[in-house]
Write a protein that binds this ligand. Structure first.
Ligand SMILES: [Ca+2]
Length: 306
């Protein structure tokens, strides 16, 4: 999945040392075996493909950290949150010391469990079977790591959707915002693309205009994708990368940009104070989904996908 670059090649000896030093506890990003940079399961090969419908692949207009090219992946073991789900038993819940299984407000048909049918790292991941109606939602939740990270939060996770995202609004990642009365900042989909949604006013990023939709992307069903996000609470900056590349339509900066973050700026001074993170599935328009999540990490710096 990662494209070798001179910088990355130069960093490989250092990465090997780091991986050797942290052993099994490191979260198994790619297993540390070196060489191809691929991962250990047979169903990861599709992650390198350019997803259908990528909006031109341009990084125009994305500032800051997205432009830097190759980055070395952080040592997961030392991060405030790092879980490769390898120590939990298939069929059971993820480590209860790290995750709660929750269905806020109401519960229905949604289920989740550790699964050994698909994995990004090692042999296991979390499988989520979310129903299409709101109460059929289910999530794993961690409410301690973000306090250890601070006000500017980087996240990284791998996700594999069984089906394409549909037209209706769905959520697969939420971040509770104490400055919004505990309402969520939500990553999900609508109009078949990845998007962010702000629960308080239902603003979307990008705007769901044809021009906005073209600036996000459609995840490839049946393939692992690496999603990275950065939320700088005090400045209200939000950044997103998929498979290592900044997604132009999933960026909030200080300047309202038509079709992208102009709608987001309708709430002046947006400055989220995040307090938890949840991964799962919640549908608002009838779309159910089976998805797998693996190699979740939170840190104060960009984490990387390798
Ligand atoms: Ca795993």
């Amino acid at each position: 999945m990662p494209r070798p670059s001179p910088l990355r090649i130069a960093l490989l000896p250092a990465l090997h040392l780091a991986l050797a030093a942290c052993g099994l506890a490191c979260g198994g990003d790619d297993g540390g075996s070196g060489g191809s940079g691929g991962s250990t399961t047979s169903d990861t090969g599709g992650g390198g493909a350019t997803p259908a419908g990528v909006g031109g692949g341009s990084t125009t207009g994305v500032g800051g950290q997205g432009a830097g090219g190759a980055t070395s992946t952080l040592d997961c073991a030392g991060l405030p949150l790092c879980d490769d789900f390898e120590t939990a038993a298939p069929g059971g819940p993820p480590d209860p010391a790290v995750w709660s299984v929750v269905s806020p407000n109401c519960s229905g048909t949604g289920t989740l469990a550790i699964d050994d049918a698909h994995a990004h790292s090692g042999a296991r991941s979390v499988r989520i079977d979310g129903g299409g109606n709101y109460c059929d939602h289910v999530f794993i939740a961690n409410s301690t790591a973000i306090a250890a990270v601070g006000a500017a939060v980087h996240g990284r996770f791998f996700v594999r959707f069984e089906d394409p995202l549909g037209m209706s609004h769905v959520t697969f990642l939420t971040l509770r915002d104490e400055n919004a009365g505990g309402r969520d900042l939500r990553m999900g989909g609508q109009s078949e693309i990845l998007m962010w949604n702000r629960e308080t006013d239902d603003a979307t990023l990008p705007s769901l205009s044809p021009a906005g939709i073209a600036q996000s992307l459609r995840p490839t069903a049946g393939a692992w994708h690496c999603i990275e996000f950065f939320v700088d609470g005090p400045s209200g900056v939000l950044q997103t990368w998929v498979d290592g590349a900044a997604v132009p339509g999933l960026q909030v900066d200080a300047t309202p940009t038509p079709d992208i973050d102009q709608q987001w700026h309708n709430q002046p001074g947006w400055a989220p104070a995040l307090s938890d993170v949840k991964f799962g599935w919640e549908g608002y328009g009838g779309q159910p989904m089976t998805l797998w999540v693996d190699d979740i990490a939170l840190a104060a710096q960009r984490i990387g996908c390798d």
